[in-house]
Design a protein around this ligand. Structure first.
Ligand code: GTP
Ligand code: MG
Length: 198
């Protein structure tokens, strides 16, 4: 899919205030600092459409971006970040879960995980939560540039095998990406395009 336009539409803290246009929507979720905002910029070929930071906790609201005038990409705050106050953390969790429970336009959630790490309890919990709420999702491995090319596939396979060893009967669909070297860009955009075209 060629990106002809990508514009920031709005940020807000409640699902009720999200845009009400009936366009298909895809949301990026995952631990703070995993690379959600960077991946959005990479896919959209824009340096700073979504705000990124080396410090976790940068994205704090639900951010809607309209792409090619016919679908939305959503940047969400990270979960599992200990340095925001307990009270704030609860608020994040509440509107993140509300978003996934209530957002009718949502077509697919993308759970981002750092390819270098083993499955983390908070990610497993969140994927399980999505499963029980019947929210379709796929996994996006991020920061693949941090690994040697020869071990990338193996590392992803090990991660997915751990899901199968746990509660999952089937491994979720997955993508391997790097915002630094644009790995996975065509696959991910092609996947979204395929769904949008039905
Ligand atoms: P929050 O908004 O805080 O939840 O974080 P986020 O998931 O949006 O992460 P963000 O995109 O802000 O990136 C966090 C840090 O990781 C930044 O320093 C990025 O430069 C770095 N980063 C993101 N993606 C990649 C990648 O693919 N490769 C490398 N090497 N670094 C990355
Ligand atoms: Mg962010």
């Amino acid at each position: 899919m060629k990106i002809t336009s990508a514009e920031f539409v709005m940020s807000n803290s409640s699902v009720a205030k999200c845009p009400n246009e009936p366009l298909p929507e895809y949301a990026f979720i995952g631990r703070s600092n995993v690379g959600k905002s960077s991946l959005i910029n990479m896919l959209m070929e824009r340096k700073s459409l979504a705000k990124t930071s080396g410090r976790p906790g940068k994205t704090q609201l639900i951010n809607h971006f309209k792409v090619n005038n016919n679908w939305f990409l959503v940047d969400l705050p990270g979960y599992g970040y200990a340095r925001v106050s307990k009270k704030d953390k609860k608020v994040f969790q509440k509107y993140i879960t509300e978003y996934f429970e209530e957002r009718r336009q949502l077509v697919c959630g993308f759970v981002l995980v750092d390819i270098r790490h083993e499955p983390q309890p908070v990610d497993l919990e969140f994927m399980e939560w999505l499963g029980t709420h019947q929210v379709p999702f796929a996994i996006i491995f991020t920061k693949a540039d941090k690994l040697k090319p020869t071990v990338i596939e193996k590392q992803a396979a090990t991660y997915l095998q751990k899901l199968l060893d746990g509660a999952w009967e089937e491994a979720p669909f997955h993508f391997i990406t790097s915002s630094t070297n644009r790995m996975g860009k065509d696959e991910l955009l092609g996947y979204i395009d395929g769904i949008n075209k039905g």
